[in-house]
Design a protein around this ligand. Structure first.
Ligand SMILES: Nc1ncnc2c1ncn2[C@@H]1O[C@H](COP(=O)(O)OP(=O)(O)OP(=O)(O)O)[C@@H](O)[C@H]1O
Ligand SMILES: [Mg+2]
Length: 487
């Protein structure tokens, strides 16, 4: 079914990276990179459409990477069709016997929320409303399939110039274990979410976490949209907790955390520079975000709730007055069936995992393009009826992408090469977020990368009462080791 003659190899932007793809695709340019793959835009010469091709590379180097890849392939198919989740149009491997990489073909989006936040583009209330509404609608769908995304952050939220948003990167996703089950799934780890977007209970509770960790990340993203700065920019895990407690305060009752843990004990002994304990109430967000709509701040407070059981849910978000004006019941749907993690998460044999990946690709090849989408689509079939009518949310990099795509289509029509030279980085002086600097799993946590992530190193100003230090006799290093461990 797969003929290697149908594939050809392209070297991407003078680097060592090579894409071996079907001849129907002509690479335009590299549009992104993460820890596990590179993403290129490409022209499908059969349809004249621009697509994104994500190469998941070296997938058999470690079992963690093989599983991540298989998980993403399966989840994208299961969730395919929801307008707020990145689609999966096709999958390719070159040779089923020897492959070491998988290509996922998706719709190509103009930019990411990270680019928008850290550009100079002026954002208005209507943008926050659309972004938040779409995030809630996408999350409602994901959570209804009993899936936790676990790595929501601005770089994993794709955005088009018409303000359409799509959640991507499901490599970290896991199943949700209902609290009534009282069992922690064997494949569920505590190592989740890039540090700045990580809910405190992941570090302070030994019990299983739940869907509310994704809502915490949404709160961090809303704050970053409003303030154009990372809200809790911890320099390490312990400092992450200092930042969270500094900004949100420490309530008297912390029974929602594991109060027997040494970390909770440490948190309770945090003091400001005058030796006073942290305030019990959150900071006044009206002072931190003076231009934000009042309802946006109410939403923020509900999302950044320390007690996970009181934190707003995706459904609660959809019902919040802040997004009422942009609501569209047509897209607020649930997934028709839960996603089945059990069928593959416990597989340990590389050979079996390889077979699973081959089967996924072969099954998708056996179905015509539309049938593939239809088959994998769980329940959604409708496109939203309500549309954003505000101005285009163009940034220097999204404008470049749009132009590159148009040039590629023209070039293909005239029989010329569609490959575009990489952009001159100086064109993007506003684009400080480089996706290659984002990290996602234990092996990849590189502190230098985290520091580089934001060239604007000023933190949100919180004042002396909320700048906290731990007790002088505390073993900071031991705590940090404990928190960074996958326990
Ligand atoms: N469909 C798409 N259209 C346009 N750009 C995309 C698309 N998918 C991914 N990208 C870009 O590529 C980057 C990396 O993609 P993705 O997050 O899926 O990869 P990853 O290796 O799994 O990432 P991570 O390092 O977060 O684990 C994104 O941040 C985004 O900039
Ligand atoms: Mg990513």
């Amino acid at each position: 079914m797969l003929k290697s003659d149908d594939f050809y190899t392209v070297t991407i932007e003078n680097s060592q990276e090579k894409f071996t793809i079907h001849k129907q695709y002509k690479i335009i340019r590299k549009v992104g990179a993460g820890s596990y793959g590179s993403v290129c835009s490409a022209l499908n010469v059969n349809t004249n459409e621009v697509v994104a091709i994500k190469k998941c590379r070296h997938i058999f180097d470690k079992k963690l990477i093989t599983k991540r890849c298989l998980r993403e392939m399966k989840l994208l198919q299961h969730l395919n069709g929801h307008p707020r989740i990145i689609d999966l149009r096709a999958m390719d491997i070159v040779d089923p016997r020897t492959f070491n990489e998988v290509y996922l073909i998706q719709s190509c989006c103009d930019t990411t929320m990270a680019d928008i936040i850290h550009s100079k583009l002026e954002l208005e209330a209507v943008h926050y409303q659309w972004f938040m509404y779409q995030l809630f609608s996408g999350l409602k769908f994901i959570h209804s399939a009993n899936v936790l995304h676990r790595d929501l952050k601005p770089a994993n939220i794709l955005v088009n110039e018409n303000c359409d948003l799509r959640i991507c990167d499901f490599g970290m996703a896991r199943g949700f274990v209902s609290p009534s089950d009282h069992v922690e799934s064997q494949y569920m780890t505590h190592y989740v979410v890039t540090r700045w977007y990580r809910a405190p209970e992941i570090m302070l509770s030994r019990n299983t976490y739940d869907k509310s960790i994704d809502l915490w990340s949404v709160g961090c993203i809303l704050a970053e949209l409003l303030g154009r700065k990372v809200l809790f920019k911890g320099t390490d895990y312990v400092d992450q907790l200092h930042k969270i407690v500094g900004i949100l305060g420490l309530p008297h009752d912390t029974s929602f955390w594991d109060n027997s843990s040494s970390v909770t004990e440490y948190i309770k002994n945090l003091r400001d520079e005058s030796g006073l304990p942290p305030p019990t109430e959150p900071i006044d967000f009206r002072i931190v975000f003076p231009h934000a709509p009042t309802e946006a701040l109410d939403l923020l407070q509900n999302l950044l709730c320390l007690d996970p059981s009181k934190r707003m849910t995706a459904n609660g978000g959809l019902e919040h007055p802040f997004v009422a004006a942009v609501r569209d019941p047509a897209e607020e749907v649930e997934c028709s069936q839960p996603f089945d993690f059990e069928s593959f998460e416990l597989i340990e044999s590389e050979h079996v995992l390889r077979q699973c990946i081959v089967e996924e690709v072969m099954r998708s090849k056996g179905l015509e393009h539309d049938a593939f989408r239809q088959h994998s689509m769980s329940s959604v079939n409708s496109q939203p009826s309500r549309r954003y009518t505000g101005s285009s949310i163009s940034t220097p990099s999204s404008a470049f992408v749009t132009e590159a795509n148009l040039n590629a289509i023209h070039a293909a029509q005239q029989g010329r090469d569609v490959f575009q030279q990489p952009p001159d980085p100086s064109q993007f002086q506003y684009m400080v977020m480089n996706p290659e600097q984002f990290v996602g799993e234990p092996e990849d946590m590189d502190e230098d990368d985290m520091k580089l992530m934001d060239s604007d190193d000023s933190d949100i100003h919180v004042g002396k009462r909320r700048t906290l230090v731990g007790p002088s006799n505390a073993d900071y290093r031991a705590l940090e080791r404990h928190l960074s461990k996958d326990w």
